[in-house]
Design a protein around this ligand. Structure first.
Ligand code: AMP
Length: 593
């Protein structure tokens, strides 16, 4: 097959069969970016021309980009909320899309504390499936022989709910794992998982994790790659092994499944995998896991692992050192860039350093526009996918088949180069995210409100929070939020008790958005929030430090989140007391109306 030189395998692998088809598709898409984009917007506008939303802007049947851009405004989620709410309440008229909205995908981005609801239509599943189908053909160019073993992926479903109008509302991956496309996927030697579907589909995250880990241990020599969607998920699995290896080794030694597994479907599927005692394996697990030093544990337990399949770009970059530690420096492959709004693109060089990861947007997924970031004003012209410039940063704006029109995703991307004519993007950051441990995204306003609500509990004693900042503590598993407080204590003889401070921690958690609380309660992927009270004058010192490094005294503002080590060290050296949330905050899958 003839493919672009960049797609030639550096390991002399000759693609065959399905891979050739997929690689040809990538070639076709990336060579004809502008043509495909023109076609996509034409298709979207012609099929959605009779929707209430588009009719409002008087497109009069035009389907070209120029007219679209001149008439239809760029919007955020809050602009679309009335329409989304009507659909959620059961209005089946053509509001955003001419095709019926079949479910809402609940984004980890929130609005008023609740997950944003992204409309989706039936055929979107095929678009997502198409992007998935491109991943292994690209990976095979770099890592041959992946058909000779299995993938240990820790995959989970999350709780779902129904909108008042009866549409399912659930995260995109939950929707995908529960789909027939996933459950009844045809056998593919390149995509054989150690986890049975029943374990992935169990809504109890602890039973799901336990059985997935057990399968991974039982098939340890067959495992060729290890992964989770995000780095935090893989580390959570390592943390789980740290606390549960004895029970797992016990199951392996006796050949019987722990009584903690009550899910009948998991029990049934595990009965075919855990069929007999294996004392040798149990002894091995015990000898490796009982050691204090877990450096390189992944390669010890799974010696044939060629790479980790996890996203370590964006907020997940904070986990790279820990993954390096546990894996003894295995490559980390970030294969794709996607969201609930739409799937976007793939990494054409998946085995590269995390700092070099770039994603190539596939122009058939949606219509993409780019808002120049550095100089963004109300009048800024949005740039076409084919016209972005290397080195520049842009905010991603998309128009989808399901009815988002010129929607600001909130991701900031930088152009690093081109693959054929398709730009490649480094994920720079998500706008307005201050703190993130997992999929939670806490912004400055949410943190401010949480501090305000919590400090009410100090009120009657006349104690006030005079300054605060925060830090995402990710060296522990699971990570947790640390909030530094400097207090003004009116009556020095009566500083707030530990009990009051612990209640302040819990009150802060109660005030944070539902994605944070879900991670705390259902997924247990975030640990209890911690308040560290610092000595009086600490924030003054922080300012002195910033000024000594060149900050302007007039413009200095207390950073509401810190990560620079000298600053966290300074804060930690001034801590007078630490307090943890004593309980779980409230959370339920039902949305607040
Ligand atoms: P959600 O809507 O909850 O599915 O989250 C989608 C968001 O996750 C995207 O808009 C990005 O901010 C982030 N994200 C997804 N894929 C990646 C990636 N490969 N690297 C960095 N961030 C990502």
């Amino acid at each position: 097959m003839t493919v672009d030189s960049a797609l030639r395998s550096p390991v002399n692998y000759s693609p065959a069969g399905k891979d050739v088809k997929a690689l040809r598709f990538i070639e076709e898409m990336t060579r004809n970016v502008d043509f495909v984009q023109k076609k996509v917007i034409r298709e979207i506008l012609s099929r959605n021309s009779e929707t209430e939303y588009l009719k409002r802007f008087g497109l009069k049947g035009f389907t070209d980009r120029k007219t679209f851009k001149s008439k239809v405004p760029v919007v955020t989620y809050d602009d679309l909320k009335p329409e989304i709410q009507r659909i959620a309440n059961g209005d089946r008229s053509m509001i955003l899309s001419s095709h019926p909205i079949t479910e809402f995908l609940t984004s980890s981005g929130t609005s008023a504390g609740e997950r944003k609801l992204m409309p989706t239509i039936d055929e979107d599943m095929d678009r997502r499936q198409l992007l998935y189908s491109l991943l292994m053909p690209v990976m095979n160019l770099y890592v041959p022989g992946l058909d000779k073993g299995k993938a240990l992926y820790f995959l989970f479903v999350k709780a779902e709910s129904k909108t008042p109008g009866g549409l399912p509302a659930r995260p995109v991956l939950t929707s995908y794992y529960k789909s027939e496309q996933f459950k009844r996927r045809p056998y593919d030697p390149y995509n054989v998982y150690t986890s049975p579907n029943e374990a992935i589909l169990c809504p109890d995250s602890s039973q799901s994790m336990y059985s997935q880990m057990l399968c991974g241990l039982l098939m340890r020599h067959e495992v060729l790659r290890l992964g989770a969607v995000f780095a935090s998920g893989l580390l959570r699995a390592i943390g789980f092994l740290q606390t549960n290896w004895k029970e797992l080794a016990d199951d392996i030694s006796t050949g019987t499944l722990s009584s903690r597994i009550s899910d009948p479907a998991i029990k049934e599927s595990m009965s075919k995998i855990l069929t007999k005692p294996d004392q040798e394996l149990a002894d091995f697990i015990t000898s490796v896991c009982c050691q204090d030093n877990w450096e390189g544990i992944i390669t010890k337990i799974w010696p044939n692992t060629k790479y980790l399949d996890v996203i370590v770009t964006g907020a997940m970059a904070q986990y790279i050192p820990m993954l390096e530690y546990y894996s003894g420096g295995l490559p980390m492959a970030c294969t794709m860039y996607a969201s609930s709004e739409s799937y976007f693109g793939i990494n054409m060089k998946p085995i590269c350093k995390p700092s070099e990861v770039s994603y190539t947007i596939m122009p058939n997924m949606a219509y993409f526009e780019f808002l120049p970031h550095e100089v963004a004003t109300e009048q800024s012209e949005l740039v076409e996918l084919a016209d972005v410039e290397v080195g520049k940063e842009y905010e991603l704006v998309i128009t989808t088949y399901a009815g988002l029109n010129r929607y600001r995703v909130g991701d900031i991307l930088q152009v690093t180069g081109f693959y054929n004519y398709a730009p490649q993007f480094k994920f720079v950051r998500r706008k307005n995210v201050l703190l993130s441990i997992e999929s939670d995204k806490t912004d400055e306003a949410e943190l401010q409100r949480a501090v305000e609500n919590a400090s009410v509990l100090l009120g009657e004693k006349g104690t006030r929070v005079i300054e605060y900042t925060s830090y995402a503590e990710t060296k522990t598993i699971p990570g947790h939020y640390v909030i530094y407080w400097e207090l003004l204590v009116k009556d020095q003889t009566k500083p707030p008790s530990d009990e009051v401070m612990a209640q302040c921690c819990l009150e802060m958690e109660e005030s944070l958005n539902s994605v944070y609380r879900q991670s705390r309660v259902a997924d247990k992927s975030i640990g209890p929030l911690e308040i560290r009270v610092v000595k009086n004058g600490t924030f003054e010192e922080l300012m002195d430090y910033a000024i000594s490094r060149g900050a302007s005294i007039n413009q200095y503002k207390v950073p509401r989140c810190v990560s620079f080590t000298p600053i966290t060290e300074l804060l930690d050296s001034r801590v007078v007391s630490t307090h943890f949330s004593p309980a779980l905050p409230h959370w339920s899958p039902e949305r607040r109306r």
